[in-house]
Design a protein around this ligand. Structure first.
Ligand code: UGA
Length: 434
């Protein structure tokens, strides 16, 4: 396979991972961004994103002369064979994806793309966007391809280099094959299709994952009421290969920068074509309820009843990020639960290994400490909201000595109930009895 001259526009976690990983596969990659300070930092090899392995790959790519960072896209694309669009597509008004960044890059590069160049939409964009981009570019000698990413935050490099599948869609078979060839060394199953189908794969997959989790959280609630154990139930379900063991862990709800945005966007797109996607609406509603359910569980564990006031009750929170292994608070269910607890009057002291110092979204909701024992000290109970491994390894007898009330609400079923019981702590999990 020949090395390609690739430009990646946008150096967020998708763009940077894509650029660094393509460089590691032997391609020559230029990453561009509109943020001058960020470009300067990246050119020095300073990644600034909490993503295992990414810093090393960027350093190696720069040292090997295969990876560089530039300000702006127009000059960079002049000799590109393939240009990846990896700019943000945040939730816009009405729940749909906001395409302003995509449109602005297209306006910048449309006239300077070399003949025969392929423009790839990697950002998660609504079905029909590739066709819209082709229209905006307005050049029959430039093909537009949809090539969605399936990277999880915290394991993006691993996911890029070990993909379950590569999906490439375009009206041009030749362009789709050229993009698929960039990944040939990875040996992954490849789906070659049209652009709307490739775009749809991404939404359909993320919405399916969200639905799987809402379903599991509802089954957990039912298990709790019926005296069944959700851990055994999901294990038993997961051996069915049609279901699979992964993505079956109950929790305080699903969140992060992708699933909430993509579920809202697909629901909105469905509405726009007159389809009432009731199932997806229920998935989203049930996720909102899940957070409230966790707050009721905490209130109950504190002895004030599910709807009782937590006025002045001090609680220690373990975890605030949307999942372990990130420093990301975007649409974090943990933070949403914290906000609901604060609204009930609780005084919150939180510890999260991914967070340090003064986090703006936390002001007025929780105070952040670095030491989990500090969060436990004098608290009426602890609430586990994010599944950081560090929490399992705490000295639980010491925690018991620090707590004013020896109760732990574990919204992730993350801790070992036997260890807590032996420490004299009452454990309340999700979907199972202690
Ligand atoms: C998600 C998808 O998993 C990726 O495949 C996709 O590429 C990415 O969105 C994206 O669209 O870019 P990510 O947002 O990094 O990745 O997070 P996940 O690991 O999927 O977790 C999402 C949420 O579900 C988290 O709040 C997590 O705690 C929760 N979760 C996950 C559970 O509650 N239980 C589980 O068993 C798994």
């Amino acid at each position: 396979m020949f090395a390609r001259r690739i430009v990646v526009v946008g150096t967020g976690y998708v763009g940077l991972t894509t650029g660094a990983c393509l460089a590691s596969l032997g391609h020559r990659v230029v990453c561009s961004d509109v943020d001058a300070a960020k470009v300067a930092r990246l050119a020095r090899g300073e990644v600034g994103i909490f993503e295992p392995g990414l810093g090393e790959l960027v350093g190696e790519g720069i040292a090997a002369g295969r990876l560089e960072f530039v300000l702006g896209s127009a000059d960079a694309v002049a000799d590109a064979e393939v240009v990846f669009l990896c700019v943000p597509t945040p939730m816009g008004s009405g729940g749909g994806a906001d395409l302003a960044a995509v449109e602005s890059v297209v306006a910048e590069v449309a006239e300077v793309l070399p003949t025969g160049c392929v423009l790839v939409c990697k950002s998660t964009v609504p079905v029909g966007t590739s066709a819209r981009v082709a229209e905006l570019v307005g050049r029959p000698d430039v093909a537009v391809v949809s090539n969605p990413e399936f990277l999880r935050e915290g394991s993006a490099v691993h996911d890029f280099l070990n993909p379950d599948r590569i999906v490439v869609g375009s009206a041009s078979q030749d362009a789709a094959e050229r993009v698929a060839a960039l990944y040939a060394r990875l040996g992954a199953p490849t789906v070659l299709t049209d652009a709307p189908s490739a775009e749809m794969v991404k939404y359909a997959a993320n919405c399916f994952l969200a639905t799987k989790l809402s379903y599991v959280n509802a089954v957990a609630e039912l298990c709790e009421r019926l005296g069944a154990n959700i851990s055994d139930v999901t294990e038993g379900m997961g051996y069915d290969r049609r279901i699979g063991q992964s993505f079956l862990q109950p929790g305080p709800g699903w969140g992060g920068s992708c699933l909430p945005k993509d579920t809202a966007a697909l629901l909105q797109v469905a509405q726009s074509v007159g389809f009432d996607f009731e199932l997806l609406g229920a998935t989203i509603d049930s996720n909102t309820r899940q957070r409230e359910q966790m707050v009721a569980k905490v209130a109950d564990a504190c002895g004030v009843g599910v709807a009782g006031s937590l006025d002045g009750v001090r609680l220690g929170l373990l975890g605030l990020t949307f999942k372990a292994g990130t420093d990301d608070l975007r649409d974090s269910p943990a933070l949403a639960v914290a906000e609901l607890l604060a609204a009930r009057g609780a005084e919150l002291v939180a510890c999260d290994p991914g967070l340090r110092g003064d986090e703006a979204p936390l002001r007025g909701v929780v105070s952040l400490v670095d030491d989990p024992y500090e969060a436990a000290k004098g608290s009426a109970g602890l609430v586990v909201l994010t599944e950081w491994q560090q929490f399992r390894a705490l000295d639980w007898p010491r925690v018991a000595g620090l707590l004013a009330g020896p109760v732990v609400v574990d919204t992730r079923n993350h801790l070992d109930p036997d260890v807590l019981r032996r420490a004299g702590i009452s454990w309340r999990g999700v979907g199972r009895l202690p």
